[in-house]
Each structure stands twice: as structure tokens, then as C-alpha cells.
Design a protein around this ligand. Structure first.
Ligand code: ATP
Length: 926
């Protein structure tokens, strides 16, 4: 084997070379590569040095400056800046140091920087996730076939293409079999292009006409090809227009949008409040109280806005994606994190998702023999019971298994494994058991053409030279395999011994009965046939060519259900989620597996692709609620099923792996692609990728989605309740005759960002409640304030305010009467402290709305204890550490006074716990 030893110069592969104007051989020469063996390791390392990694520099993302700027355009921060300016003016007028204003500015800047750090971390995390989902490419290197990451490609690499692949670099085609490529990403043209390797095109052929080249970012819809890579990374056509094609989208989630709307409402609400207080005050008391009215209203404006909320929401969603990835679900679009919990129906493929996709052939039926095959896994070791290995019928079907096959069987380090589709891998293993291997057969009978497999066709054919294959003496042979009913329909002859004979009706019905029997036992069955031909047909002639075939037999393989799926299906049922199987396989196979997994009960109706085709969309909508298994369907049927389910009000998650599944994945509320077997195209179209292709992972991600959503509701309850309490307390102060505003804007910011913010973050880490998968899903369209949340906030806010106002009234009288103990203004510090501490009790109680805090394991969320402990210490420091005291304008309070604050705060906790007892009592009465 000879490998090229010199690398081409960069100037030789300069950008504008007309590769389409060269033959394949000329291209290989310029690239100094070999179309059969590829490059060797040393040469690849050298070329990586010269040409760099095959990556597109990201131009689509936001620049750091942009992210920073966006922080300060947040409406809440803008309002705080306005408050700071007004407060500075007031202080300067009084010839006081504008401490509040400076502090507010500091907090605004800190908040901005924090937001910036969080968002850029989130962007980095998303970029890391993208890496995880980056495509793999099949290449020939060192004379063997490998899978490498797309970014490892170098010019001169020989890349193999098959249906579903997103092309990872630009290149010149060396071979193309029925290769159809969708170049919409580049040319905007939706119709796929038929590529040809042999053509040499004029130099001025336009991009769209260069049918002997392939481009990065375009998609293989059908067929196969072999390409010499000419350009990588930013030198590719797509690199040149610097478009970002793939990537994780970081669009705001519905919740984030609702939150920013809520922010707007609160900001305008608080401005209105300012106007009402100032105007009302001026009308009632005249201008002399204008400034103190303004101070009160500024405090109220700051109090009403939950400054910490956006950050907590972002962090929660980020934590959600991380938890999901730990459970093998990779989120591609952020909204999915939050809406996953609302899924009511999961439509899943069978092969590989519900089953293990580790196929082992167990049965082979030919016209004379019913053969049981022994052996496990992909090792070609096993026996054919019931027939001699050299039987011509068996040899013929095994030959078809090897030649009509795109997979590779490998023995690496004593381990047998396959590269490619497990169904085809199992067939190679089967043939190996009979002593037939691709390495020996293919050189004698090379493949000259093919009609590739697709989920719509449910079959594939290859055309080979006929060299002593024991199947007559025609020049060529076509082998066809696929769904048995379909293949049988196209057969007119049957192989009996070493001869072909006309296929009788009786034989036909016997074969169909055998097929049903195997499928009924849960086997995946393929039919095999061949046809002697005299010339290699054109690619377009598949339908007419795949007729008058000679039937060879049936092969039945076992694809056992995944063990964990049965449990996951049961969990779905408990959680009010309906699992549905949508498969390309035979209805009886589908039914057997669905029955075993608990997806469908015995006797439940199965709809097949054929029936579906005859149904109108209205009919389908009428049926979808009662059908859990769809068999022999094509990808376009999947789209109709999702639409029908959605019409019936379902929130649908749908899995898919093929190119043509993309529309259904996009249509589904949550489109789920397969991480292992999924095509790049299906991944592009999805919201989530299953890293392990496993159905149980969907259920796990749904559970995480529910946890995220309930945690978000939990801390919204917690934060907004406190805001209402603060506003009411501040508003009440002048009404009940207190001299001055109890809380400064700075103290309010401290509460909203720190003493509320830290426990809220801890609440976002709350683990799943025990009943999270025992209740039906909530509608994704429900308001965030639904199910009593809005009422809770108002109720708790009022209780909060009443407790603090009573304390404030008492503390004011008491501190005025006892100037010898401390500053008479220390009642304000007592109000401040009571509000902060009451929130600590609230944080402990709000963890569950039914379980009492004492009944909950405090260590199931240790963050809460840390946050509550830390915040309490910080609050004490604010009162007792002189520099902080000075800065935050607090006063020293005595031990007894502090205890009184603790006492009043504890009442808040007691109230919420009593509410829970009341709710429980009420529920039992009902
Ligand atoms: P699922 O949709 O659950 O993944 P599936 O693998 O059976 O199930 P498809 O891949 O669409 O779905 O295959 C449809 C049918 O085509 C199969 O049931 C089988 O009869 C046939 N088939 C599958 N793979 C091949 C193949 N490599 N060559 C020929 N026919 C195939």
C-alpha cells in the first residue's frame, strides 16, 4: 500500500481553483492523496498543521460587548439608574453625601457584571453542548474506514457519504451512486441535486451547476458517494459566506419572555405608583412634603421590582440543561427545558429506542428449509440447525446478505463489532456463520450500481457482477432485500435448490404465513430476492427494475426490548403521559413488542401506513386518541400523526432519526433526535438529542422538566410575595404616622438581590418532589400564576405586611420612648431585619406546599440551609459591623430587640405551616 508522503502547498489548494473542471484523478494528484487508501497518520498531522482544524469561526454569536450592553438596557436596571439619579439630586440638595445613589450605581454595575458573567458562561456551556452534538464523519485513512469528528478533516481526506449525512467539508466526488444532495443551505434551492462523479464541467459553471462537487453544510438525501476533500474550515463555500449553520439556539424561553413582560408591567406599575403617591401627597399636603413623598415613592418603586428574578430564572434553566445532560438528554433549544414537563404524549420509534438495536438472526426460511440459527452478538460463531451449511438455498440467501449490505463487520482486539446499521450488521454475522465474508465475495463480484434503502421504499437493491455465485450465468445479478410483503409482491419466481421456478399462490400464502408467525413472535423480518440481468440499469429505473424477482427466503432477527423501557412506560402512565410506538416495521412485530413493553394492550387496534394513507386527516384525528401502535409507516405519516395529536390538544414529543423525519420533528412540540443512530439532518431539526437513543431517557428528561418548572414557580412565589410585603409596609409607614421612610432604596436592593436572591437560587436546586411523576402534566399554556400561585403571592404578601406593620408600629413607639438604649431611628433597622428574617422562614416553608418543614429532610436540599444560614449572618453583620452599618445606614439594636425581630419573623413561618395544615384538613374533608 502506498501513501502520499508530500503535502500540497496552501497555494496549490488556493481558494478559487476550479475543482469542477478537473477529473477525479487530477484532483487526487493535486491533493496528493489516494482514493482507495486515503492519507496516513503522519500526513494527516502535517496537514492539520498547515490547514488548521475544519471549523467555522463563529460569527453568529453575540460579542462580549453586546452581551454587556444588553445587561444595562434591561428595563429594571434602567429604572434603578433613574432612581439613583433622583436620589443623588435630593441628597446633593440637602448637601448630603449621595451615598444611596452611589450604592445603587454600584449595585447596578455589579448586577450588570454578574449578569454578563452568567450569560457568557451560559453561552460557553451551550458551545460545549454543541461540541457534544457535533457530527462524525466516515473517512478512509491508512487503508481502513474510520469515524472521525468533523473538525479533524483535512484536505486530501477521502470522505464517505450516505443518506442523512450533513457534509462536513467541500470536496470533489470520486464516486456517486444515486447521490441526491439538498443544497438549500447554500443555494436556497429546496429541490435536491443529482450529483455525478464522472462529469468534468466547464470552468464557468455556477455553484448550483457543479454537480461533481459537494459542499459543506449541505445534506445527503439519498444514495452514497466518495469524496476527496478539497477545502476545509473557513475556506469552504459556506465558510466564505461565514454562515453559522449548526448550533445550539439560545432563544429566550416562553418563561423568560413572560418574565421580561412581567418586568415591564412591574416597572410601569411602580412608576404609576410613584406618580400617585407624589401627586396625591402634593394635592393633600402641599409642596412642603414633596421631598419626603418623593423618597417614599422611590423606595416603593425599588421595592416592587424583583431585581433578582431574571438571574435566578436563567440559572435555573442552565441547571436544568445540566441535569438533563447528566441523564443523557442534550437540550438544543432552551425552551424545551421548561416545556418538557408538559408533554402529554411521547411518540417513539421502535428500533433502537424501545429496543436495544442489537440484532441477532434467529430464523432463516427458504423454500425447503426452516432453519434455526444459534449464536449471540455479532460474533460469526453459530450453527444452522436443520440444514447443511453448503445447501444451495442457504448459500444463495447468505450471498444476498453479504452483497446487498452497506455495513462492515470488524474484529478488533478479539471483539466483533459492526460499523453501520445493526440490521445489516446482523446479516453479515449470519453470513459469517456460513463461511461467507464480504472480503472474499466483493472482489469477485464488485458492486456496479444500487437503488439505496429509504424508510419510504423499505427495501434496497444492489447490482453486482455475477462471478460463480451459483445463481445462473447472467452477466450481472441484482439482489433486493426489504420488507417481506413488499419484496414478495415483486417476485414471480422462487429459488428451489439451485434452480428458479415459478412462484405459486400456495407458496406465496405459505411465505406470508411464515412471515406473520415470525413477526408475531416479535422478530424483525426481512425478505430476500435476486434477479439475473444483462445490463446495469440507470438510477431512475428502480421501480421498473425491481420487478419479476426470484424469491430467496426470509430472515428473522431478534431485537430485544431495552430492559429499562418497561419501567419507563409504566412511569409514563402514572405521570399521565401516553407512549405511542410509530415504526416502519411489520404490524405483528410492532404489536408483539408493544405488548411486551405495556405500550398497547392485547387486541388494541394497530394502524398501518397503508390504512393511514386511505384515511383523511379528519378520520385520523378521530382515531388518534385510541391508537398506540402505528406500523409500516413512512416518515411523512409521522407528520400527519403529530398534527392530528396536536389538533386533539396534545403536547407531543416525537422521536426521529432519518432525513425525512425532520418535518415531523419540527412540527412536534418537542422534536427528539437520536444521538447515536440519528442523521445530522434530524439532529439539526430537533429540540433535544438522546445521547443514548433510549426511550427511558425521554421520560427522565420529562421528569427533570417538571422539576425545573415547579422550582421556577416555587421561587417566583417566594420572591414576589416578599416584594408585595415590602411595598405595603413602606406605603403604610406614613399612613400610620411614622416619621420617615422605614427602608432606604439601598436596603431594599439588598433584600431583593441578596436576602431574597440567595435562598431563591437555593430553591432552584430543590430535588424532585416524590409525586412529580404521579400527577398529570400541566398545560404549557397555563399562566405562571395559575393554580393558586397569584393568590398565594397576594395572600402571603399581605400577611407579611400585616406582621411587619404591627411590629413597626410597636417598635416606633418603643424606640422613641427609650432613647437611652440606642438611636431613636433604630425602629427602621428593626423593620428591615424583620422583613429579611421573615423571608428566611418563608424559604424553609415554601419548599413544599403540603409537607410541613419539619417533615422534610433538611439535607435533601442542603443549599437552602447554607443560603438561609449565610444570609442571616450577613444581615447581622449589616447591623453590627460598623463599616457595613455605616454604608447601609442601619442602627445598632439591642439583643432583646433583635429577639423581637426574630419572634415576629418566626410568625410568618408559623402562618405558612398553619396554612398547610388547614389545606390538608380541607382536602381530607372533601
Ligand atoms: P423504526 O421506525 O421503529 O426505527 P424500522 O427500523 O423498522 O423501525 P425503518 O428503518 O424505516 O424502520 O425500516 C422500515 C422497514 O424497512 C423495516 O421494517 C424493514 O422491513 C426494512 N428495512 C430496514 N432496514 C433495511 C435495510 N437495511 N435494507 C433493506 N430493508 C430494510
Amino acid at each position: 500500500m502506498t501513501f502520499p508522503t508530500t503535502s500540497p502547498q496552501v497555494s496549490e489548494i488556493e481558494n478559487n481553483r476550479a475543482w469542477h473542471n478537473l477529473t477525479g484523478e487530477q484532483t487526487l494528484e493535486i491533493l496528493r492523496t489516494n482514493g482507495e487508501t486515503g492519507l496516513n497518520e503522519a500526513e494527516i498531522v502535517k496537514r492539520k498543521d498547515i490547514f488548521g482544524l475544519n471549523e467555522l469561526k463563529e460569527t453568529g454569536g453575540r460579542s462580549p460587548l453586546m452581551i454587556l450592553w444588553e445587561q444595562f438596557t434591561n428595563i429594571m436596571l434602567v429604572m434603578l439608574i433613574a432612581v439613583a439619579v433622583v436620589s443623588a439630586v435630593l441628597d446633593l440638595k440637602k448637601a448630603e453625601f449621595p451615598k444611596d445613589a452611589i450604592a445603587i450605581f454600584t449595585i447596578v454595575i455589579l448586577n450588570g457584571i454578574l449578569g454578563y458573567l452568567q450569560e457568557s458562561r451560559a453561552e460557553k456551556a451551550l458551545a460545549a453542548l454543541k461540541q457534544l452534538s457535533s457530527p462524525k464523519v466516515r473517512v478512509i485513512r491508512n487503508g481502513s474506514t474510520f469515524e472521525v469528528a468533523a473538525k479533524e478533516l483535512v484536505p486530501g481526506d477521502i470522505m464517505l457519504l450516505e443518506a442523512g449525512v450533513q457534509i462536513a467539508a467541500d470536496g470533489r466526488l470520486l464516486e456517486a451512486q444515486n447521490l441526491q444532495i439538498r443544497e438549500a443551505a447554500l443555494t436556497g434551492e429546496a429541490v435536491s441535486v443529482n450529483k455525478q462523479a464522472q462529469k468534468v464541467l466547464p470552468e464557468d459553471a455556477s455553484l448550483g451547476d457543479r454537480i461533481n462537487l459537494v459542499y459543506q453544510g449541505t445534506e445527503v438525501v439519498q444514495g452514497r458517494g466518495k469524496v476527496a476533500i478539497t477545502k476545509t474550515g473557513m475556506d469552504t463555500e459556506i465558510g466564505k459566506i461565514a454562515a453559522m449553520l449548526q448550533g445550539v439556539e439560545s432563544e429566550p424561553t416562553p418563561l423568560q419572555q413572560r418574565m421580561s413582560q412581567l418586568g415591564n408591567v412591574l416597572v410601569s406599575g411602580s412608576l404609576a405608583l410613584v406618580a400617585v403617591v407624589v401627586l396625591g401627597g402634593v394635592i393633600r399636603f402641599g409642596w412642603q412634603f414633596f421631598e419626603s413623598l418623593l423618597e417614599t415613592s422611590l423606595s416603593m418603586a425599588v421595592a416592587v421590582v424583583p431585581e433578582g428574578l431574571p438571574a435566578v430564572v436563567t440559572v435555573t434553566l442552565a441547571i436544568g440543561t445540566q441535569r438533563m445532560v447528566r441523564r443523557q438528554a442534550l437540550i438544543r433549544k432552551l425552551p424545551a427545558v421548561e416545556t418538557l414537563g408538559s408533554v402529554t404524549t411521547i411518540c417513539s420509534d421502535k428500533t433502537g429506542t424501545l429496543t436495544q438495536n442489537k440484532m441477532v438472526v434467529q430464523k432463516v426460511n427458504t423454500s425447503h428449509h426452516v432453519i434455526t440459527v444459534t449464536g449471540e452478538g455479532y460474533a460469526p460463531i453459530g450453527e444452522f440447525n436443520g440444514v447443511s451449511e453448503s445447501d444451495p438455498e442457504l448459500q444463495a440467501i447468505l450471498t444476498a446478505c453479504v452483497l446487498c449490505n452497506d455495513a462492515l463487520l470488524q474484529n478488533k482486539a478479539q471483539e466483533w463489532s459492526i460499523l453501520g446499521d445493526p440490521t445489516e450488521g446482523a446479516l453479515l454475522t449470519l453470513a459469517g456463520k456460513g463461511g461467507l465474508y464480504r472480503e472474499a465475495l466483493e472482489p469477485k463480484s464488485p458492486r456496479l450500481g444500487e437503488f439505496p434503502f429509504s424508510s419510504e421504499r423499505k427495501r434496497m437493491s444492489v447490482i453486482c457482477e455475477n462471478a460463480q455465485l451459483g445463481l445462473g450465468d447472467s452477466t450481472y445479478l441484482m439482489f433486493t432485500k426489504g420488507s417481506p410483503e413488499l419484496i414478495l409482491e415483486r417476485c414471480s419466481l422462487i429459488q428451489v435448490g439451485a434452480e428458479s421456478q415459478p412462484l405459486t399462490d400456495e407458496q406465496r400464502s405459505r411465505i406470508l404465513a411464515q412471515n406473520d408467525e415470525m413477526a408475531g413472535n416479535g422478530l424483525r423480518v426481512l425478505g430476500f430476492s435476486y434477479k439475473p440481468i444483462t445490463e446495469v440499469p440507470e438510477a431512475e429505473r428502480e421501480d421498473s427494475e425491481e420487478q419479476s424477482l426470484v424469491w430467496l427466503g426470509l430472515v428473522g432477527m431478534l431485537d430485544a426490548p431495552r430492559k429499562e423501557v418497561k419501567e419507563a412506560v409504566a412511569l409514563c402512565r402514572q405521570a399521565g403521559i401516553r407512549p405511542i410506538m410509530i415504526t416502519g416495521d411489520h404490524q405483528l412485530t410492532a404489536k408483539a413488542i408493544a405488548g411486551e413493553l405495556g405500550i398497547a394492550a392485547a387486541g388494541e387496534r394497530v394502524i398501518t401506513g397503508k390504512e393511514l394513507e386511505k384515511m383523511s386527516q379528519n378520520d385520523l384525528e378521530g382515531e388518534v386518541d385510541g391508537v398506540s401502535v402505528y406500523a409500516r409507516v413512512s416518515p411523512e405519516h409521522k407528520l400527519r400523526i403529530v398534527q392530528a395529536l396536536q389538533k386533539r390538544g396534545k403536547f407531543v414529543a416525537m422521536t426521529g432519526d432519518g432525513v425525512n423525519d425532520a418535518p415531523a420533528l419540527k412540527q412536534a412540540d418537542i422534536g427528539i433526535a437520536m444521538g447515536i443512530t440519528g442523521t445530522d439532518v434530524s439532529k439539526e431539526a430537533s429540540d433535544m438529542i438522546l445521547l443514548d437513543d433510549n426511550f427511558a431517557t425521554i421520560v427522565a428528561a420529562t421528569e427533570e422538566g417538571r422539576v425545573v418548572y415547579s422550582n421556577i414557580r416555587r421561587f417566583i412565589k417566594y420572591i414576589l410575595g416578599s416584594n408585595i410585603g415590602e411595598v405595603l409596609t413602606i406605603a403604610a409607614a406614613p399612613l400610620i404616622g411614622m416619621g420617615g421612610v422605614p427602608l432606604t432604596p439601598l436596603q431594599i436592593l439588598w433584600m431583593n438581590l441578596v436576602t431574597d436572591g440567595l435562598p431563591a437560587l437555593a430553591l432552584a436546586m430543590e430535588p424532585a418532589e416524590p409525586n412529580v411523576m404521579k400527577r398529570p402534566p400541566f398545560s404549557p399554556r397555563e399562566s405562571i400564576f395559575a393554580r393558586g400561585l397569584g393568590w398565594y403571592m397576594i395572600r402571603i404578601g399581605i400577611v407579611f405586611a400585616i406582621l411587619t406593620i404591627i411590629m413597626m408600629y410597636w417598635a416606633y413607639q418603643y424606640t422613641q420612648a427609650t432613647p437611652e438604649i440606642g438611636d431613636p431611628g433604630r425602629w427602621k433597622t428593626m423593620v428591615f431585619t424583620t422583613l429579611c428574617l421573615a423571608q428566611m422562614g418563608h424559604a424553609l416553608a415554601v419548599r413544599s406546599h403540603t409537607q410541613l418543614a419539619v417533615q422534610m429532610n433538611p439535607f435533601s436540599n442542603p443549599y437552602i440551609i447554607v443560603a438561609v444560614g449565610l444570609t442571616t449572618i450577613l444581615q447581622l453583620l449589616l447591623i453590627y459591623a460598623p463599616p457595613l452599618q455605616n454604608f447601609f445606614g442601619t442602627q445598632w439594636i439591642s439583643g432583646t430587640e433583635l429577639l423581637i425581630c426574630f419572634g415576629f419573623s418566626a410568625l410568618m413561618f408559623v402562618w405558612i405551616e398553619l396554612e398547610k395544615l388547614f389545606i390538608r384538613w380541607f382536602m381530607t374533608k372533601k
